[in-house]
Design a protein around this ligand. Structure first.
Ligand SMILES: [Zn+2]
Length: 387
């Protein structure tokens, strides 16, 4: 099974991973060729700091991150953070240091192609580097959702200009993460007013840590901060479009919102939805599996069979795909919770393979199966409410 998943991932993504990471394809493939017991040992290395050699740390990091290029992240940069975590090293890189994985990722994303997909006549999806973006265009101008990386900003501007010559009026951030907000300064300079949840402004204003990837973020400059914020919901009437925005209670982070283009029947779920892959949620800034499930359920309630649903990462989908994703999260959460409540250790739960029947469909994307089990297990509260 593992070999099949690895091979599928390989054929799907090696060219893209190689082109954006600068790693040699043969080296990447070698790190992916492993047996199942090896995978379990690698989880130990990451989470219990048992890695002893540079090679082991590289392999452990690769295990966690092998699909990340597909999701708009950069494995090469994340390797460094995961290696530091595996080695138990001090974890406050200088933002100016060329070795800082965050800065490496920001720079390297400039090499990832930005592509445009028409969702409706007036709504386009921009995807490739960073989180998926959505552009609404019409007589009143353009509204963009999420800003990717600063290094991608010239491509984003070019894509906006190619759509039409209407003015760029507003940027909405779905949450605080840097692969959705690093381009904020540039978008502000291009003339957009930034709107987001109040927690996005709070988190961008102060230092943040995403512990799972050992990534540290300094406060963002003032130009990057949302000028307009809300705490529960917000309504926009723009270009004959009625747009509803609302906060998900903590899900992927504590700052997530959805953007629902009600007239055009398009829903951007931000990173509460990863299309076709096990999702990441950032427990160090409020994310939790139950919130992810609740967010998916709320998205389902907003959609009908014609709704186009945009995830934070991965391809656009529909209500049926979102329902499958929610049901997968519920099944895996319940299995892991049952075993954790019964006193099973993380090692024992990983060995029981609670995701096995889902791995072929979901396990070759951003997080590999054992990493996702580890994320759920280590962040699961004992008083999990049922749906
Ligand atoms: Zn995110």
């Amino acid at each position: 099974m593992a070999c099949r998943i690895v091979c599928r991932l390989w054929f799907l993504s090696c060219r893209q991973i190689e082109s954006v990471t600068g790693l040699r394809a043969g080296d990447i493939f070698k790190t992916l060729q492993r047996d199942l017991s090896d995978e379990r040992r690698l989880v130990d290395q990451i989470y219990f700091s048992k890695a002893t050699t540079r090679r082991e740390m590289l392999r452990a990091a690769s295990f966690l991150m092998s699909g990340s290029a597909l999701a708009g992240f950069m494995p090469h940069a994340l390797l460094a953070g995961a290696q530091a975590a595996a080695a138990g090293k001090a974890q406050t890189p200088s933002p100016a240091s060329p070795a800082d994985p965050v800065e490496q990722m920001k720079a390297q994303m400039a090499g990832v192609p930005l592509q445009t997909l028409k969702l409706r006549d007036n709504i386009q999806m921009l995807y490739g580097p960073g989180g998926n973006m959505v552009v609404l265009d019409g007589p009143d101008g353009k509204i963009l959702v999420d800003s990717s990386f600063a290094s991608v900003a010239p491509k984003v501007k070019r894509a906006l200009d190619e759509i039409s010559d209407t003015p760029f009026k507003m940027l909405i951030n779905t949450h605080w993460h840097f692969d959705h907000t690093d381009g904020n300064v540039a978008m502000h300079q291009f003339g957009a007013t930034i709107l987001a949840h109040e927690n996005t402004r709070k988190r961008l204003s102060t230092p943040q840590v995403t512990e799972f990837f050992n990534m540290h973020f300094p406060p963002s400059p003032a130009e990057a901060l949302p000028r307009q914020t809300f705490t529960d919901s917000f309504k926009l009437y723009f270009d004959k479009e009625e747009i509803s925005l609302a906060h998900f209670s903590p899900a992927h982070t504590d700052s997530d919102i959805y953007v629902h283009y009600q007239t055009s029947n398009v829903l951007h779920m931000g990173d509460t939805l990863f299309g076709g892959m096990y999702p990441f949620f950032d427990s160090s800034t409020g994310g939790k599996i139950d919130g992810m499930i609740a967010a998916a359920t709320r998205g389902i309630s907003l959609a009908d069979d014609s709704t186009k649903i945009v995830p934070g990462h991965g391809p656009a989908g529909d209500k049926a795909a979102l329902t499958k994703y929610r049901d997968m999260l519920v099944a895996i959460r319940d299995r892991i919770k049952k075993q954790k409540d019964a006193g099973k250790t993380l090692k024992e739960v990983i060995a029981a393979k609670p995701t096995a029947d889902f791995d072929a469909a979901w396990g070759a994307g951003f997080l590999m199966p054992d990493a996702f089990v580890t994320l759920v297990y280590t962040t699961l509260q004992s008083d999990v409410p049922k749906l």
